[in-house]
Design a protein around this ligand. Sequence first.
Ligand code: AMP
Length: 396
Amino acid sequence: MFAIDSYSFKEKHALIRVDFNVPFNAHGEITDDTRIKAALPTIKKILNDGGSVTLMSHLGRPDGTPNAKYSLKPIAQHLEVLLNLKVKFVDDCIGTKALEAKTSLNFGEVLLLENLRFYKEEENGELMFARDLASGMDVYINDAFGTAHRAHASTSIIAELFPQSKFFGYLMENELKAMDRVLHQSQSPSVAIIGGAKVSSKIEIIENLLSSVETIIIGGGMAFTFIKAKGITVGKSLVENDHIETALKIMKVATDKGVELLLPVDSVNASEFSNDAQINTTPIDKIPDNMMGLDIGPKTIELFDTIIRSSKTILWNGPMGVFEMSNFSKGTLEIAQSIAKATASGSFSLVGGGDSVAAINKFNLSSKISYVSTGGGAMLEYMEGKELPGVTAIRK
Ligand code: AMP
């Protein structure tokens, strides 16, 4: 039993693990409430059914001790505005006070517990701590995709205390559906566009995708390790020399499996890593010795666009260039637009990973993508084919 839609939470006291780890500015104001908004559908479902909602989350890294700087109290106030409903707050997540607050909650009411990471037992995954969190609660829901790759007390250990009444929240469910659509049910033709700085951080995802998609496009800084592996000089471009062998192995496996692996054919180069550097555009095998490739060139954009626009399933992780600098953002922008156009004509697109999501937001294209993942590390691990403790704990 995993889907909350097929269950009535009437007169149930529901405990929901959410990811309210949001950024704050120096004045203590929330600067991005995306993660809080992402939890609203699940909270509303429980309330509409006639249940009560107790929310628990971590915030920052208080390292196992209470610290006012990391209190969730301001989040309770913000949630009140979003829900248009009183949100109770208790300044502890376990113990008598928390238990009293949880069990005295009326149906239709919402309570937020204080930061889970004020106790080291949370990250240590201690069962006694999980028991304390679970006490007085009828059902457990995990809707914290961002921490699903951690075996913490509130994300995985606690689930075994609710063998018949544990669920994924809507956010979790949607994240998993989107990723499974690429990994296990991809409609053909399918393409994965992988970019970013370093090949070393993307090896496992590329290896796993070789079994799921028909074409892999490699862009960004990591492409230069592949290009150098092919015996082409790349000037001062970013190369991980200790991963030339890895790149060769990936290219061989791709050939063996019949997966097309596409690399940039031209490059926008700079004399130094700066937006004000001298710039030129050359074929990929003509990068001057004293320059570095910081974006894909126009021929590459055209090549990648053709593939993306004819694909039915599209995954994108990692920028095509140094998109933070205006002179090197064109490649990433154009690829984002190709994905948006393919999506508009009926393809399924999934974008995930901190920098590609930042790029999509920067270009105001998030509403034009089928699914934008909220979990950086968790998404990467799932796409690498790893088991996420928070997911397994509900599924098993
Ligand atoms: P990652 O965290 O590995 O996805 O890498 C994202 C970072 O890669 C961004 O900050 C980009 O600026 C950077 N990046 C993309 N293309 C290049 C490039 N050609 N050279 C150096 N850095 C790059």
